[in-house]
Design a protein around this ligand. Structure first.
Ligand code: FE2
Length: 196
């Protein structure tokens, strides 16, 4: 199964190949546990992610300069590694991901609100503040619905390793008041989707 490297460096290639070996060998929860140390290393490494993948994305269509820069994905849609940039003062819609994986903060600070869906309404479960190096395991449906707001005066950059082609799948954005879901596809700033 082929890989598309947009950021084709040794660090990214080594990381992705180790991750794929863990995914092939274990359950999702176990694979995430095994990937944690390598993911923490990536978040702590100040040089592997070039500035262009940390830049605001005013043209992305997500609004507020928010965008997803693809770094690598599997051609069969089973994996993607991307950075999400959220400029100072911007916030994402409330959204889901529909895939398991790891998400961590690389630069800036964020507040995150996590929701659960109850009888078509959204219930705010938790608010947490994230600093660089903080990361969490995402195992849907638990904690899959959230919103991110950048609280730093610089653009926040988070690294997502998820087991779908997150930018290209149709997922959901939610109205936080009514809980109403609408189809949502974020896209990537730097590459297209197969059916575009
Ligand atoms: Fe998200």
């Amino acid at each position: 199964m082929g890989l598309e490297f947009v950021l084709d460096t040794e660090v990214v290639r080594d990381f992705v190949s180790e991750v794929r070996a863990e995914i092939a060998a274990a359950s999702p929860a176990e694979a995430c546990e095994r990937i944690r140390p390598r993911f923490a290393q990536l978040l702590a490494d100040p040089v592997w992610l070039p500035p262009e993948y940390q830049a605001d994305a005013p043209e992305s269509g997500m609004g507020g300069g928010i965008g997803q820069w693809l770094l690598c994905r599997a051609e069969d849609g089973s994996l993607s590694l991307f950075s999400l940039v959220v400029p100072a003062g911007s916030e994402t819609p409330v959204h889901d991901h529909l895939a398991w994986g790891l998400v961590g903060l690389y630069r800036g600070t964020q507040d995150e609100e996590i929701y659960a869906r109850r009888d078509h309404a959204l219930e705010l479960l938790e608010r947490r503040s994230l600093a660089p190096g903080d990361f969490y395991v995402l195992l849907p449906p638990r904690d899959d619905i959230h919103r991110i707001r950048t609280t730093s005066d610089v653009t926040s950059v988070s690294i997502h390793l998820l087991t779908n082609d997150t930018g290209c799948v149709w997922r959901h954005a939610y109205d936080p008041d009514s809980g109403e879901a609408s189809p949502f596809r974020s896209g990537y700033v730097n590459v297209g989707c197969a059916d575009e």
